[in-house]
Design a protein around this ligand. Structure first.
Ligand code: ATP
Ligand code: MG
Length: 247
């Protein structure tokens, strides 16, 4: 790290000496070989690195979708490894949003229903769930397409639904795995502007993985991973550009 880590009060996520091994028959795959990371609250961080370097694995751990083989993992001040599976599921539902590379939308549900879905665990009133989902889809520019199913939307529109679904519960931390990988340059740039605007407006912490030069260039903090290790971490010093409008 080029700078000392911020004090624990301003920390969204902290990984210390995190390793992750996958067992494939008799072969052990060392996906992460001892990662130390401190992510500040409200920051916009991009993890980059070659294919197979461990980016998706790191995001899955940060998103509590999987647990490390060893090391410590703290999200929003909570030692998530110490939680029971049920408590971790609740923690994830309340505080974390995930945007998958392949969108992971439920095909039989409309855009509105897909965005409403994650609120079922945390918001009891169905009318409030519907209203929040509608407002979030409007915010990402899909207010006219609420009742389309994923198959009836373009890739860029689906990705916007996925971002709306991740944001609708107002999570502390949004994890996005190569969110622009399946989008053309312009649609990718629009999606980046949209996530940036949300990050600034709501002070949500964003951690993304990407090969996309536009996205890497735009980050406040860039973390380069190679072969399961952090080899470079740079923080942008320049003041943030004003938020761009989202069309
Ligand atoms: N479930 C799994 N079982 C076994 N090995 C895995 C599993 N998931 C990932 N790996 C291996 O762990 C390493 C890191 O994979 P990971 O998916 O984190 O890479 P990545 O940086 O996201 O790559 P890409 O840019 O191609 O998405 C790779 O060697 C991969 O083959
Ligand atoms: Mg990956």
């Amino acid at each position: 790290m080029e700078q000392p880590p911020p004090s624990s009060t301003g920390v969204a996520a902290r990984l210390q000496q995190v390793t992750k091994q996958y067992q494939l028959g008799k072969t052990t795959v060392h996906a992460l070989r001892g990662i130390d990371l401190t992510i500040a609250i409200g920051s916009y961080t991009v993890i980059c690195g070659p294919s197979g370097s461990g980016k998706s694995t790191a995001l899955q751990l940060l998103g509590c979708l999987d647990m490390p083989t060893s090391g410590t993992l703290e999200i929003a001040g909570q030692d998530v490894i110490a939680l029971s599976d049920a408590a971790r599921t609740t923690f994830r539902a309340q505080h974390l949003g995930f945007v998958f590379q392949n969108f992971n939308l439920l095909p039989v549900l409309t855009a509105l229903e897909n965005v409403e879905y994650p609120l079922q665990l945390t918001v009891r009133d169905p009318a409030e769930r519907r209203e929040r989902a509608r407002a979030m889809l409007t915010a990402v520019g899909l207010g006219d397409l609420l009742h389309r199913r994923p198959a009836e939307l373009s890739g860029g529109q689906r990705q916007r639904v996925a971002v709306a679904r991740a944001m609708v519960k107002r999570p502390r931390l949004v994890l996005a795995d190569e969110p622009t990988a399946n989008l053309d340059r312009r649609t990718g740039a629009e999606l980046i502007a949209l996530m940036r605007a949300m990050q600034r407006e709501h002070q949500t912490t964003f951690i993304l993985s990407s090969h996309d030069p536009q996205m890497i260039e735009d980050a406040d903090e860039r973390i380069l991973i190679e072969d399961g290790r952090v080899v470079e971490s740079t923080r942008r010093q320049a003041p943030l550009a004003p938020a761009q409008g989202v069309s």
